[in-house]
Design a protein around this ligand. Sequence first.
Ligand code: ACO
Length: 322
Amino acid sequence: MAVKVIGTGSALPEKIVTNDDLAMIMDTSDEWIKERTGISKRRLSTGETVADLATAACERALEKAGKTAEEVELLIVATCTPEQLLPCVACQIQDRIAAKNAVAFDLNAACGGFLFALNTAYAYMSAGFYKTAVVVGAEVLSKIMDWEDRSTCVLFGDGAGAVVLEKREGIDGILGFVQQSDGAKGHVLSCGSRAVNNPYCKQEPLYPYVIMDGREVFQFAVRQVPACINQVLENLDMTIEDVDLFLLHQANARIIETIARRYKLPIDKFPMNISEYGNMSSACIPVLMDQLNREGELKEGMKLVLSGFGAGLTFGACTMIW
Ligand code: ACO
């Protein structure tokens, strides 16, 4: 038995914001952003919520998979930017699409979130609990950016992607994963939420926007992503040469190019869409996967490596046969 991706979907806000658009409202330039990050434009919400985007991505993935909402038994949403603390986004989707047979919950592992949610669904399904699952990565990061801080706000975009997983006969599907966390490095990428505020204690409100040590994050990514990829391949007696495509978290084109160079692999094995969408955190990998799937770039039997990394710090990799 294998757990296989049988459908993908994505949804993006309509508003396209180019680097030149940003240069009109802050001290930055198309040249700086492109050269340092590979980003040309991004989509930003003009009202679309995480639940709106996640629901649309989910519906498109189910349609592509030929599954109905009633068939979904497990629905996990990876997000760090829900509009509501309660109920979770997954339960909101469940209500909107009438997935009444699903157990639904959110998971927050920041930019590593989709990978962690995928691994969670895979573990439940491999253990025999569920046959059909939907895993979503969805973010409206623009609401947690400090739009006065040009070193962070230019990097991110909003969007959502989803995959449908099915447990079925055969060997094609997810082969294995590794995942790790390093809470001691939490400070390099953080964002506050609410502080303690009750009749007995009033703490100072936390800074409610993203703060990032860009260089630390860069170093962490180029060190840990290859380490995770090597580990997951070694566990499966596979080598880097066995892999057809590497679908990495789209944090920065330079991070991906550095990793490709270290492996001495052609950059076309590392598809990217960061130029168009920026860093959409947990939505990056499923949106990229959906794009490649719909363009016919993912052929049956291809070996894929997915790798996500982000605040926490969280990082991991997963291998699958498409
Ligand atoms: N436009 C113009 N100038 C800018 C901008 C901007 N948007 N942002 C910063 N600068 C300036 C700085 O003020 C600084 O000026 P100074 O030298 O006069 O002080 C100069 O550019 C260099 O700034 P650095 O922060 O040192 O630039 P660096 O080369 O490190 O690039 C970047 C910054 C792109 C963030 C880089 O560190 C990086 O790629 N880090 C990886 C982090 C990442 O990808 N994060 C994504 C989110 S995390 C995740 O998804 C896991």
